[in-house]
Design a protein around this ligand. Structure first.
Ligand code: KIV
Length: 276
């Protein structure tokens, strides 16, 4: 491909500068074919550690490893040329120290060629975010419901009631001030998420949060009807691909059992097969 034809990838810096009249469109992606399909439509593709649940059938994201994130990050970067690709730091790969976070983030950046990393956390992670940003690694923050803290939260539940509201707000401010280029707000009461979106200086990307956020993100398999284990209330279904896969597999199984497949047109050199 010539330099003149090359599509310019959206940078973390451009996401940071997005104005309210140009909402950030974000989805998750874990594989090359899905990334290819989503790339023309999205500003940001997140290689989320939700892949542990969506792709690997885990009950939580806690079992996802850095090597898994790197392999899927590489797959998604290969399938994209336009979207800003962000790769999640998985549980246990950054919480211990700022140095551990840098080593893990540096592996992701060097081995996947992604544009940024994401990490979950608030006030307690602010100095880690600043440490990475100061060393040239763009960071997407993640506050509110933090799936890696599911046991601390007492389950996957909406946060921000009562005293929690002030904590989520303090978390958002701390991560914004630490230099994150944008902030995911997940599973947070709408008025709390709205207040954050209106108050903080960096763009917010909502998931189960508020329409006031600068952008929205959802798990792609949720909107396509491909992840049936659990559908949160904040998901809007845009397709029912799970039902289509079921019908296609049933039709294939019926064809094989009835010896309708393969037909001559699917064979080479069989009587009645097309030449060539
Ligand atoms: O892991 C993930 O997919 C996420 C999104 C749901 C924001 O963190």
């Amino acid at each position: 491909m010539s330099v003149a034809n090359r599509t310019k990838r959206i940078t973390a810096r451009e996401i940071r500068q997005r104005s309210a009249d140009n909402p950030i469109v974000a989805l998750t992606a874990y594989t090359t074919p899905m990334a290819r399909a989503l790339d023309p439509h999205c500003d940001l593709l997140l290689v989320g550690d939700s892949l542990g649940m969506v792709v690997y059938g885990m009950k939580t994201t806690l079992g996802v490893t850095l090597d898994m994130m790197i392999a899927h990050g590489q797959a998604v970067v290969r399938g994209t040329e336009r979207a800003c690709v962000v790769v999640d730091l998985p549980f246990g790969a950054y919480q211990e120290s700022r140095e551990q976070a840098f080593r893990s983030a540096a592996r992701i950046m060097a081995e996947t060629d992604a544009s940024a990393v994401k990490l979950e956390g608030g006030v307690e992670m602010a100095s880690t975010v600043a440490f990475l940003v100061e060393r040239g690694i763009p960071v997407l923050g993640h506050v509110g419901l933090k799936p890696q803290s599911v046991h601390g939260h007492g389950g996957f539940r909406t946060v921000g009631r009562g005293a929690e509201a002030a904590q989520v707000q303090a978390d958002a401010h701390a991560i914004g001030e630490a230099g994150a280029f944008a902030l995911v707000i997940e599973g947070t009461l709408e008025p709390v998420a709205r207040a954050i979106a209106e108050e903080i200086d960096v763009p917010t990307i909502g998931i189960g949060a508020s329409p006031a956020c600068a952008g929205q993100i959802l798990v792609t398999e949720d909107i396509l009807g491909l992840f049936a284990d659990f559908t949160p209330r904040f998901v809007k279904r845009y397709a029912e691909l799970g039902a289509q896969i079921d019908a296609a597999a049933a039709a294939y199984a019926a064809d094989v059992r009835a010896r309708r497949f393969p037909g001559p047109e699917h064979c080479v050199g069989a009587p009645g097969a097309p030449k060539g």
